[in-house]
Ligand binder design. Sequence first.
Ligand code: MCA
Ligand code: AMP
Length: 519
Amino acid sequence: MANQNLFAALRAAFPADLDGTAIETDSGLHYSWHDLDRATAMVANLLQSLDVPKARDGVPPRIAVQVEKSVEAMILYLAALRAGFAFLPLNTAYQSGEIEYFIGNASPAVVVCSGRNFPWVSQIAFKAGTRHVFTLNEDRTGSLLERAAHHSDRQQPAERKAGELAAILYTSGTTGRSKGAMLSHGNLLSNAVMLKDYWGWQPGDVLIHALPIFHVHGLFVAIHGALLNGSKMLWHARFDPKKVIADLPRATVFMGVPTLYVRMLAEPALTRQQAAHMRLFISGSAPLLIETFNDWRERTGHTILERYGMSETIMLTSNPYRADVRYENQSERRGGTVGFPLPGVGVRVRGDDGAAVPAGEIGGIQVSGPNVFSGYWQMPEKTKEEFTADGWFKTGDVGQQDARGYVTIVGRSKDLIISGGYNVYPAEIEGVLNDMPGVAESAIVGVPHPDFGEVGVAVVIPRPGATLEPERLIDELKARLANFKIPKRCFIAAELPRNTMGKVQKNLLRDQYQDLFTA
Ligand code: MCA
Ligand code: AMP
């Protein structure tokens, strides 16, 4: 059977003319397909030359990476696949306590960080038993590329089976610490191949890549989509609405979280004429407000295609790209919905008792398919809890499916805030707050925000006799947690509202602070 390594499939989709431009960056650099092929071979050869534990029981060595966005960072991801390593991307906002947990949990054989962070990241990594720590900076400097330069630019992709581990994505569940969702080469490739067809990728497509590359959206959906179509990417190191709008006449596809659309709409340069060359605008990772959907259509003449996914499953549902006879009734992109289950993906809605609910009624969303992960890294019990007895994954999202098949997400059973497309778990922040001197207890709730969609607000109860200052608590949190997790406001209160069972009534707090940012 042919090699199922995801890299082999992506490489096979490179255009015949390897001298053509694969990536053009916002700082004016051009990378050819040949460059991508050679650079991934060299880095893969470096990784394979290292003294690391061999793959055991289908579990390859892990490589954990916390670096700023750059083409070389993407090359490192592709090289890890090519060498047969499992890739573990880490948000650049994570602080030392967070990194210590991920490295301790995943025991990576190799860690790559920015030169700036080397002193503390390497200390954490060496303590956890990692033998190889490299640096990679935004400006193409660092020990990784220096070492890779000594290796051959030819390499045979490692033999991998579809079920073998390709990546671990850390995601928190309802409670407790983050869990590593294990995605296989087959999970990633099957989803990418299906989306290439469903979203109508075509010759000549050009993707504007303006998302971070340490989560599913920017790393998998966007990069796999472009590479599998042999499409050029216009590479933005960070999202700047003006720069993206300026690139629209040279592009055909854009992917963003709702905040990116909101920020572009605030720019007068966004016009129908400026967007005339575009074929497709895709939104996901967080709910797209119907106002944004409508405003975008009015301003640009394009109807945003909203889709829904998770780290554990990659893409699950999507509004249609076009009317297609293969998919009966699927023609219209409906704002406020996340569309239809993607081909091959099973979606069902279940009540609290596990029984099916009638069309149009609300329940827990469960999913199945070749895209669904195999479980959480070294957490068999957690894995078991999140799957039903008949093998469906419980997403923790609450929604409904109407008679035509459109899925709408109406809420979440998991206590989760999605802020600017990043997940924030109240339990984690409450845990840190509750450990601070003078704090008796705390609650974090999500409230509407015009830019980030939703943001966290903290309500903190002091211990008897203690005086707390909100600014001090926020500063303390900033020292310990990634910046996007920091509550935007903090209030000191005498007590938290509780029901008769003693459970904190977060809905009352949400109601109380509902208009804090939107009034
Ligand atoms: C930055 N800040 C935030 C966020 N980002 N606060 C809340 N939520 C955020 N998302 C804070 C910083 O801490 C800082 O606060 C201030 O905002 C400005 O920071 P800055 O870095 O300048 O912000 P930015 O660069 O403008 O970033 C905003 C952003 C970014 C471009 C919207 O958050 C972003 O790229 N989001 C995309 C996330 C994403 O790719 N998600 C996909 C996950 P202070 O000034 O107080 O320090 S994949 C997924 O969810 C699933 C699978 C799916 O379906 O796709
Ligand atoms: P993550 O853990 O980062 O993979 O986030 C996955 C979660 O993002 C899902 O369980 C949903 O709650 C949410 N999500 C993703 N796309 C959408 C969308 N289009 N609308 C609403 N929620 C979404």
